[in-house]
Design a protein around this ligand. Structure first.
Ligand code: ADP
Ligand code: MG
Length: 720
């Protein structure tokens, strides 16, 4: 057998067990012990200083230099007590991963460990290597990072990490966190205004987020033998195993021991970092799993998810495993998503998406549900753009994944309530009537989502007390889509408050005014609601009839970012300026091109260096055999036929690879980045990827297993 593949398989099968021992049987004994959060601040700071931090978090006010100095010195003492020697600003540039640059506490000149307040609050990392979409060339070469005190400082890998935003010197956002924080402000303002119609005590509304993270795990040695996985995160070739997920036995089966040990290990580390992971289970595809934490305030939840992805990668190493976060590492089996469970919670402790026993609160609940549905309807293309990436393109619309069509699932109970409100909303309300009763909203039953009401095929579903955006890709930074969701819902809430005020000004009673507006919004946004099977052919046809978009590829979906309406929307809510938005659009297009380019190169290299030589080698064996048989006067038909088949696929493979390389060459001369991205989509990916793969996968079936150099699907996916 091809020696690398053979060695890797042997290695994968003979891994010693890694014993994992938690620091204590009680998670509460070590939860958050690598975090310098509010509790630690309270314990180590003077009350007056602590108060200022609280204000900075609450109101986003600036931290003055002397306060910063005190915090920095307390953080340093705490960190050094845990053996930490370096610190870094930890931020989320638009590459999609996290970035850091480590500096030592030790100051050789002074001969002591130092950590200044100014180093805590602001830094100027060398920003030249981060994507900026043209912002820096037109403005300033430098960028800086600034502390986000609303997300706790933590220790990762013996380094003190300070969550920060990353902006250009002229103030343009170069990261995911800056617009997210601004979108929280936007939705806070708009949601509070609507809440005030129901409850004067509400002063603040915060989005909460619980992220379910799906991933694959395979043996590290097997991973290392697949250049496609290493370079692009997915297998560009590989024939389906005889047994895929047809048996559907993986989902409820027990977790393989090696993987379980790995999970326990990273959960312990996550708990130390204050990440509240709570669920683990198998997913539908073989070797696919999921981890989910308890929901948190959105900014923290996203930082924690980014950190968790890094952590899983690091801990996997110790177990001889590799975590694959790509949306579609294996063709023919399920892809991975990152379900974003989103809700809005008031400072009075009310989840605005929780139906209630109080009729008044139910009307409020309906206002927020209707606003969210309308937001998705009004901005479906923008929402689609927010989850667009080269890797997610392989998942959206594929087997078991949400389709690229945006729609909202509400479940039968809520659908019934909205339908009734739409129909009966204009019943005459007489003096003394119980309006809530008449409208059928005095009591909305607790929405218990049994299996019939759990539509797993919807990209955006109401799930009892929250909305779940499922179309987000497993490798994505959730801040992108969550910023968009916050902004589009803020926009509808803002208009809603205005429309209700108008009705009241025209003499309508407040409750009636609210109902009138809700009815209108329900009617306006009805087309986006869909309760059926989102994966079906019929839905694609029905959606087209309804005029809903079905944008299957990233460069086309991204066009939403230069829609005039979208530019205005982001500007109006003070989340992204036209320059920032334009820059983001360019960066995403560039990212797309790079990803497709890399995959295309990997395909070409693997085909030319691995597959074709192997197939020829095998073909020579067959020729020898055919000649031998002929010499003996025996029937050599089977050998000759196989030779012909191999030749046919070889020919197709070689000519497709050459044509694909030509297409790339031609496109690289295209100056317009949007045109280049579209070209990479249609003329490279769509024109050749499947064709090349088909030939290679056929050859995999024909060529003697002993010769085949690439670790096969069955070997990667069924390791225990
Ligand atoms: P599933 O969708 O697999 O049934 P769950 O309903 O248990 O999963 O919840 C999935 C995620 O949703 C978890 O992270 C959970 O903490 C989160 N979640 C639950 N309630 C809320 C809420 N009100 N707001 C945001 N996230 C929530
Ligand atoms: Mg879910």
């Amino acid at each position: 057998m091809a020696t690398l593949r053979q060695k890797a398989l042997l290695m994968a099968q003979s891994r010693p067990k890694v014993t994992v021992t938690p620091p204590s049987n009680k998670v509460s004994d070590y939860f958050g012990n690598l975090v310098f959060g509010l509790q630690q601040m309270k314990e180590s700071l003077a009350p007056s200083v602590f108060k200022k931090v609280g204000e900075a978090i609450e109101k986003g006010s600036k931290i003055d230099p002397s306060t910063a100095e005190e915090i920095a010195s307390a953080v340093k003492v705490w960190a050094m007590s845990k053996g930490v020697t370096h610190y870094t600003h930890w931020f989320q540039p638009l590459t999609g991963s996290t970035a850091e640059k480590h500096d030592a506490f030790f100051d050789a000149h002074a001969g002591i460990e130092k950590f200044k307040g100014s180093a805590l609050v602001q830094q100027e990392p060398d920003a030249s290597s981060f994507p900026h979409g043209g912002i820096r060339s037109t403005f300033e070469a430098r960028g800086y990072t600034a502390w986000d005190p609303s997300s706790p400082i933590f220790i990762f890998d013996k380094t003190l990490c300070i969550p920060t935003i990353f902006v250009s010197y002229t103030g343009e956002a170069l990261d995911y966190k800056t617009p997210l924080l601004k979108s929280m402000e936007a939705i806070n303002e708009a949601a509070v205004a609507v809440c005030q119609l129901f409850d004067r005590n509400v002063r603040k509304v915060t989005p909460s987020l619980g992220i379910e993270q799906e991933y694959f795990v395979i043996d590290k040695a097997l991973y290392a033998t697949r250049p496609d996985l290493v370079m692009s995160g997915r297998t560009v070739f590989g024939h389906n195993p005889a047994r895929g997920q047809q048996l559907e036995d993986h989902y409820f089966g027990s977790i393989p021991t090696r993987v379980k040990d790995f999970m326990v290990d990273f959960e312990i580390e996550a708990h130390k970092l204050g990440i509240p992971v709570s669920t683990r289970h198998n997913e539908v595809a073989p070797s696919q799993f999921e981890v989910a934490p308890i929901f948190e305030e959105i900014n923290k939840a996203i930082d924690h998810n980014q950190l968790l992805m890094d952590l899983m990668d690091k801990v996997a190493e110790k177990h001889g495993l590799k975590v694959l976060l790509h949306e579609k590492p294996f063709a023919g089996v399920n892809g991975s998503g990152k379900h974003n469970n989103w809700s809005l919670i008031t400072d009075t402790g009310v989840n605005l998406f929780q139906p209630s026993n109080s009729a008044r609160e139910n009307l409020q609940f309906l206002a927020f549900v209707v606003a969210t549905v309308k937001a998705v309807y009004d901005n479906a293309d923008l929402l689609r753009a927010s989850i667009a990436s080269a890797s997610n393109d392989f998942r959206l619309g594929a087997n078991e994944a949400p389709p690229a069509i945006m729609s909202v699932f509400l479940g039968s109970t809520l659908t019934g309530v909205l339908d009734e409100l739409e129909k009966n909303g204009n019943v005459k309300i007489e003096k003394g009537d119980n309006m809530y009763m008449k409208l059928g909203i005095s009591k909305i039953p607790e929405i218990i989502l049994d299996n019939t009401d759990r539509n797993r095929t919807s990209p955006f579903a109401f799930t009892g007390n929250k909305f779940e955006f499922r179309a987000v890709g497993s490798s994505a930074n959730s801040a992108g889509p969550m910023t968009v969701l916050n902004v589009i819902v803020a926009e509808v809430l803002r208009t809603m408050a205005k429309d209700i005020d108008k009705e009241i000004a025209a003499g309508k009673e407040k409750k009636i005014a609210i109902v009138n507006v809700l009815r209108k919004y329900i009617k306006d946004s009805k087309k986006i609601r869909f309760e059926g099977d989102g994966y079906s052919e019929e839905w694609a046809n029905e959606a087209a009839k309804r005029g809903l978009s079905n944008l299957k590829s990233t460069p086309f979906a991204l066009e939403a970012y230069h829609d005039k309406k979208v530019i205005e929307l982001f500007g109006k809510h003070n989340v992204l300026t036209p320059i920032e938005l334009h820059a983001r659009h360019e960066i995403m297009l560039e990212n797309y091109i790079k990803k497709v380019q890399i995959e295309s190169r990997v395909m070409g290299d693997l085909a030319l260096n691995h597959v074709i030589p192997t197939a020829i080698q095998y073909q020579n064996k067959l020729i020898e055999n055919a000649n031998g048989l002929k010499g003996l006067g025996l029937d050599n038909k089977p050998a000759v036929e196989t030779i012909k088949e191999v030749s046919k696929h070889l020919e197709s493979l070689k000519s497709s690879v050459n044509a694909m390389i030509d297409a790339r060459r031609r496109l690289n001369k295209e100056e317009d980045v949007a045109k280049r991205a579209k070209g990479y989509c249609t003329d490279v990916k769509e024109a050749y990827f499947d064709k090349i793969r088909y030939a290679v996968d056929k050859l995999e079936l024909l060529v003697d297993d002993e010769f085949w150099p690439l670790v096969k699907y069955r070997e990667m996916l069924f390791i225990k």
